[in-house]
Every structure is written in structure tokens, then in C-alpha cells.
Design a protein around this ligand. Sequence first.
Ligand SMILES: CC(=O)CC(=O)C(=O)O
Ligand code: MG
Length: 220
Amino acid sequence: MAAQKQLPRFVEFGKKIIGIGRNFSEHAVELGNAVPTEPVVFLKPSTAYITWPNPIKMPDGASEIHHEVELGLVIGTDGRNIPESAALSHIGGYVLALDMTDRILQMKLKSTGLPWALAKGFDTSCPVSDFIVKDKIPDPQEVDLWLKVNGKMRQEGNTKNMIFSIAFLVSWLSRHFTLERGDVILTGTPSGVGPVKVGDVIECGLGTVAKMSFPVVEGN
Ligand SMILES: CC(=O)CC(=O)C(=O)O
Ligand SMILES: [Mg+2]
């Protein structure tokens, strides 16, 4: 409870949303990408956040978007050049997150070597759960991730299968830019990503620690 008071709801101080791509080899392979030798990084604007009971809105011009269930790390203490040995102490807690992606647009951008910002950063592209206090996840490298669409299982994975560990990611990112209290790091999705359309309902969870559900609606 004390920890919850320190970090009440991350959205009150949410800053950068830092995405890590292709951090599970089976997912990299399912989209025809090479398994990375260095983390693949992108950013989403804070306007991407939504929490229950808000819906995911289809972005303009799209008829489908992809779901990606992920563990989100919430930074609790600012840091730069954080050694790997101290990385976990900079994490203040966690969120269950969806990295919603306009895959068709992302593929187009990739094919011309352009950044993914528009495909990853549309409004409502980052649904998140309530803040999860650190104690609820004693080992973030041993967490089940699952996602269903309209009641059918689509993604099942475990954070132990990440290519780059959570401690490595926090340390490595902090060498490139300062991590600030309230930043959220999306740690990558396991395999099974796929399309959702208007009318679909996504339900997902982190083992039994967190669960959330979001409908997909027409954008405006
Ligand atoms: C290809 C992607 O969109 C990468 C990504 O976000 C991931 O989680 O992996
Ligand atoms: Mg992702």
C-alpha cells in the first residue's frame, strides 16, 4: 500500500512511452524480420494512452490494426547511464499494456525505410491497466502474457523468453536518453499478433496479476 502511495497512478505523471520491438524471436520471425542483435526502439506520444473503460479507436484510413500484449515497466527513479546491476531498482512498478499497431501502415513505412511513429502512435494505441505495485511481480522475467480476441486465445508467452532482459533494456536505454519517473517501457510482444476490426473485443492479462478488456470502435 505504501508503494502505491508513492506511485499512485502512472497516468498522472506519465511521460515517455518507449517501445521495444522484436524482443521475442518467434515474433520477429512471424513477421519475417531478423532476430535483432541490438534492441529496436520506438516512441509513442502520451496521447496514445487509454485506460478502461475507454475504447480503442480505429485510426483514420485503417480497417484493421494489430494487437500486441506486453509487460510495461514504469520508471520510478530518474536515471542516466544506469548500470545493469542497478537497473531493477529504477523500476517503480508495472502495467499490463497493449502496443496497438497499424501493421499495414508499418509495413509500408518499413519498406521505404521511414520511421514507425504514425503506425505506433495513433490516439488510443496504448491501452494500459491500473498501476501494478512492484511487490506483485517478484520476478518480472517470469511472467505469463496472454491475449484473446472475442474469447479466442491469440497470444501466449512468458517474459523469460525475451531476447534482451529487462535489466539490460533499462540500462541500455538509459545510455541513449535519460529515463524519467513516469516513463513506461513496453518490453515487446510474444508471437501470435494479428488483426482486430471494429466490433472486436480484446481481453488480455499478465498471468493472474492483471487483466483488462478493450473494445475496438470506429475512430472519429
Ligand atoms: C514489429 C513490431 O511492431 C515490433 C513490436 O512492437 C514488438 O513488440 O515486437
Ligand atoms: Mg510491440
